[in-house]
Unconditional design. Structure first.
Length: 259
């Protein structure tokens, strides 16, 4: 009888844990970051970026949209908007949701290359999504001041080229680098002038058992030469479960830092 009770309790605890992990995987958490840089042009005031990565099989929910609507200027998709087996209609629906928020910029992730790349590119073109492959896009204030968002190809292609992305930028300008895989940081040099980097890919480890996982939980790291955000991401890969690395998106408010 005692063994049956113990087994029953164990099963109930297991079911509760699985439900909790499922709930963590489908959370609509928005993390807010206030960032100040002395090199960011004061004339822009505050620029608000919405960063979402690793959507994979998820649908962007109306709950998330309600939290973010009207609060951002630029939307950045940090790669892996899809993966093998995801209907393109779902990808299109997610892109249309994000377009409601503002201008959308996309960079490639490793799983994006599992699908029909030509079709995905045509979808981006038709929806006026700006795709950055070792390129940059300038933002101007009308007074001659600019900052740049740079995007590189995924490291899995062996084509990621930061120097190529820098070609049309100003040397002294404020630069934001978007790379799906945070390992690109190993290729960064101080002379490239990247002040902020946004990445995903790791899912923050996705599942941490007894504090252990393949990757660290996503975090914002402020260092002397660079600020780096590695996101837990919005979707999952493999199993739709998370533990210790809740699904998340981000709103980053960037402004000039007064000395």
């Amino acid at each position: 009888m005692e063994i049956i009770i113990i087994l029953t309790i164990g099963i109930l605890l297991g079911v509760c844990l699985l439900f909790y992990m499922y709930k963590e995987a489908f959370a609509d958490k928005v993390v807010y970051h206030q960032l100040e840089f002395s090199s960011f042009p004061e004339s822009f005031g505050k620029v608000r970026l919405f960063f979402i990565s690793d959507i994979h099989r998820r649908r962007i929910t109306e709950n998330l949209m309600e939290q973010v609507q009207g609060k951002v200027d630029i939307v950045i998709i940090g790669g892996d908007i899809t993966e093998k087996g995801v209907p393109m209609e779902r990808v299109k629906e997610n892109l249309l949701q994000l377009k409601r928020l503002g201008q959308v910029i996309f960079i490639w992730g490793n799983n994006d290359y599992e699908v029909d790349v030509a079709y995905l590119n045509s979808l981006f073109l038709n929806l006026d999504i700006k795709v950055l492959v070792n390129q940059s896009i300038p933002f101007e204030d009308g007074k001659g001041n600019r900052f740049f968002i740079l995007g590189v190809d995924d490291l899995s292609t062996n084509q990621a080229d930061i120097d190529q992305a820098l070609i049309n930028t100003d040397k002294e300008s404020f630069k934001i680098l978007i790379s799906h895989n945070p390992e690109i940081s190993r290729k960064l040099r101080s002379d490239q002038g990247i002040q902020l980097m946004l990445s995903g890919h790791t899912h923050g480890g996705q599942i941490h058992l007894l504090g252990f996982s393949l990757y660290e939980k996503g975090a914002l790291k402020i260092e002397p030469n660079r600020t780096t955000l590695i996101s837990n991401g919005y979707g999952t890969t493999g199993v739709p479960l998370r533990l210790g690395a809740k699904a998340e998106t981000h709103i980053l408010t960037i402004q000039h830092k007064h000395s």
